[in-house]
Design a protein around this ligand. Structure first.
Ligand code: AHR
Length: 550
């Protein structure tokens, strides 16, 4: 066990090291491509020229699936215990759910939440977490070397989802677990009555089925750190078998196969291809994961490079889609897969040593990353990337939601919002309708090892039903404000509904329990429109969300 923990920790270190080498030199190296919605400024344009965004509400990429803004709660650290569930807390309701945290999540409006893992799920026996609480075993979670009381299990999660106004994205154990056990969990959750597992659920006090639609067929099975890790061919066959058995139980499922854990993997894309050759016909989506860091290995601590890293997420999506469509061609399949970017975030500080080892204790403080302003800027950029790929990325999860690499942090007395909360909240609030296909012209800057990076990164949405246009603008210029001109090509907006920006002098500023508002949104001067043009000034180091009525 000790040995496993130690090697897992060294993997995490190595993963960030190798990932960095690959992501910087290969992904953000010589061939940085400009994603949809970018037109590179002419090289003759002066570096301080205004950026220009051409907007035409008739030109859209795709309707936004709300599941694009999902999140993730793993049985890890204090995400569940002391996070969303704390029976002894002064905030606990009759179910032991923290009402303050529930309130935050309801207010955010998170559409879908992945659970229970993550690495945890690959050694989890779901039967340990159902039935009378006093009879549930205390188990050792080998993935995070932590003790699991099993007081919060599948049914508690389903009840909590309803209270939080969200839906479950259930992870299945395809590590130590069998296809039969996966199908049994589907039967337990989704069959109304009259079968072994549905009757067990009823016996446990839940008369109605939960009708869970979305399921992940395992987690990061390409990673040698994963419990039950196997080859792509083995996993692809197992995923196909599990999917078949699960669909016999309930044909209405949406199933997601495990894609590569990230571009740092030596098997990147080859894993995806081999897996899909085995299970393409049985699944609906393929997963991607990615964590970014601003450290010596990945960016040499250069913030100007760090805030450009979302461009490599655009590339990861494009490459993974190419593989999906290659296999589609091989299979002559009419079906097009969608992508589930079901783990994405910044994560590099709380990633080794005691931050990833629970030392066989309950609810240890694991992966408690403290987020600063520059992290929030990149998270804004990552949201822009997800938006402009909304035609094929139909589901994504900010990893995670509470206490573990999370926008929300709890202690006994309160819940606070970390910096990354804000770009995520803005997307949830206002990114509705369809994603706009924008034409963006921006001067560029050089960052070591990168092709020219546009200073200004923009994504936008158009909600035809409500008559609203929203833009999400990242100014990567760390020292100067940038002028942005919007050119409305069909109709110009009438009024500004809201205009908020996240910025500040100190890229490393973070929120704490003592100073929870240190980095918080400010009002951005309402941009004024004259004819078909709007001018606005984006402060240095900023991410803004602006909404207009049109
Ligand atoms: O989100 C934290 C961990 O990161 C997950 O358990 C795992 O899937 C990934 O490596």
């Amino acid at each position: 066990m000790k040995k496993f923990s130690a090697s897992r920790r060294s993997f995490l270190k190595q993963a960030s090291t190798t990932g960095i080498a690959t992501s910087v030199s290969a992904l953000l190296g010589k061939s940085l491509f400009l994603p949809r919605g970018f037109a590179q400024a002419k090289t003759t344009a002066p570096a301080n020229a205004a950026s220009r965004v051409y907007i035409d509400s008739r030109r859209t990429i795709a309707p936004i699936d709300r599941n694009l803004f999902g999140s993730f709660l793993e049985q890890l650290g204090r995400a569940i215990y002391e996070g969303i569930y704390e029976p002894g807390s002064k905030f606990a309701d009759e179910n032991g759910f923290r009402k303050d945290v529930l309130g935050e999540i309801r207010q955010l409006g998170v559409p879908i939440i992945r659970y229970p893992g993550g690495n945890f799920v690959s050694g989890y026996n779901w039967l340990d977490g159902v039935g009378p609480k006093e009879k549930r075993p205390r188990t050792l979670d080998k993935a995070w070397d932590s003790l699991q009381s099993n007081q919060f299990g599948t049914n508690e999660f389903m009840v909590w989802c309803k209270a939080a106004g969200t839906t479950p994205l259930m992870g299945l154990n395809l590590g130590t677990g069998s296809s039969e056990e996966a199908a049994a969990l589907v039967e337990y959750c989704n069959v109304e009555k009259g079968t072994k597992w549905s009757e067990l659920r009823k016996q446990h006090g839940y008369a109605d089925p939960w009708k869970v639609q979305n399921w992940c067929l395992g987690n990061e099975m390409d990673g040698w750190w994963q419990i039950g890790h196997m080859t792509a061919a083995e996993y692809g066959m197992k995923a196909a078998d599990a999917a078949r058995q699960m669909r016999y139980v309930d044909p209405n499922l949406k199933l997601i196969a495990c894609g590569s854990s990230g571009p740092f993997m030596p098997t990147y894309l080859e894993w995806d291809r081999e897996v899909l050759e085995q299970c393409y016909d049985y699944v609906d989506g393929l997963s991607l994961h990615r964590y970014f860091g601003n450290d010596q290995e990945e960016t040499k601590g250069e913030s100007s490079k760090f805030v450009a890293m979302n461009l490599s997420m655009d590339r990861q999506i494009a490459e993974t889609l190419a593989v999906c469509d290659l296999v589609r061609g091989h299979k002559r399949s009419p079906k097009k897969l969608w992508l589930s970017f079901d783990e994405w975030n910044v994560w590099y500080r709380a990633r080794s040593g005691d931050a990833v080892d629970g030392h066989k204790t309950e609810a240890p403080h694991l992966l408690e990353e403290v987020y600063n302003l520059e992290d929030a800027l990149l998270v804004g950029g990552l949201i822009n990337t997800l938006l402009r790929n909304a035609d094929r990325v139909k589901l994504a999860c900010l990893a995670q939601l509470v206490n573990v690499i999370a926008p929300l942090m709890t202690n006994a007395d309160s819940v606070i919002r970390q910096t990354i909360y804000y770009p995520y909240a803005w997307a949830l609030q206002s990114a509705r309708g369809s994603v706009l296909s924008l034409l963006v012209e921006s001067p560029t800057y050089d960052a070591a090892g990168l092709d020219p990076v546009p200073y200004v990164d923009v994504a936008g949405t158009f909600d035809a039903a409500q008559g609203k246009v929203s833009l999400y603008i990242l100014n990567r210029d760390l020292s100067k404000a940038r002028e942005v001109e919007l050119v409305w090509e069909d109709k110009a907006p009438s009024t500004v509904v809201s205009s908020n920006v996240l910025t500040g002098d100190d890229l490393k500023a973070a929120n704490t329990f003592a100073a929870p508002q240190k980095v918080a949104p400010q009002a951005l001067a309402k941009p004024s429109t004259s004819g078909s043009r709007t001018k606005l000034e984006m402060p240095a180091r900023s991410y803004a969300a602006i909404q207009w009525s049109i």
